[in-house]
Design a protein around this ligand. Structure first.
Ligand SMILES: [Zn+2]
Length: 81
């Protein structure tokens, strides 16, 4: 079972909980009863061995922003009622 890490927004209490995929996320901090949020730990990505080739050799160049002059529409609101 994967271990999920939670951090409480209220008291910053960190705890881990073993949960199955079908389990509901923890909704209560064991310390203060606040709502914790799940901290996603980034797992290290390891590429093993050869045979991994990047097929997309084209570099994706970001499109240059179109230098279109847009008239700034600033409509001042009238009197507020
Ligand atoms: Zn808490």
């Amino acid at each position: 079972m994967p271990v999920y890490e939670y951090e409480c927004d209220v008291c910053n209490h960190r705890f881990e909980k073993k949960q199955g995929f079908h389990d509901k996320p923890v909704e209560k901090c064991p310390k203060c009863g606040g709502k914790p949020r799940r901290v996603i730990r980034s797992a290290p990505v390891i590429f093993k061995g050869s045979g991994f080739y990047i097929t997309d050799s084209r570099k994706k160049v970001p499109e240059p922003e179109k230098a279109k002059e847009k008239p700034a529409e600033k409509k001042e609101k009238g009197k507020e009622k």
